[in-house]
Design a protein around this ligand. Structure first.
Ligand code: ISJ
Length: 94
């Protein structure tokens, strides 16, 4: 198979995975929104201790699955930051 064909196949597989990843992000978003509704104020929304707990957990999961822990951490920090912004945007005025 030519290099161009191999790249096309790999990209098709990446596109399939992206469909699954986006669906999972949507499910996670729903849970984050539910958690946000239970919180009293913006400090509770940010929950930095919980963020570090999640980061420690996903770094360990990366180790188990052979994923690069630094890539997983950077991805999760960006995603959690976006979710915190979302929680702050959709919460009623304090
Ligand atoms: C969903 C929560 O709120 C925020 C979002 C988190 C996340 O996306 O995992 C974790 C902590 C908070 O910054 C939570 O407190 O559990």
């Amino acid at each position: 198979m030519s290099t161009a064909c191999m790249l096309t196949e790999i990209r098709a597989e990446i596109d399939r995975l992206d469909r699954e990843i986006v669906a999972l992000i949507g499910r996670r978003e729903e849970l984050v929104r539910r958690a946000g509704r239970l919180k009293a104020d913006a400090d509770a929304v940010r929950a930095p201790d919980r963020v570090e707990q999640v980061i420690g957990k996903v770094r360990a999961l990366a180790g188990e699955s052979g994923a690069d822990a630094d890539v997983v951490e950077a991805t999760y920090r960006a995603m959690i930051a976006a979710f915190i912004d979302l929680e702050l945007r959709v919460r009623p005025e304090e």
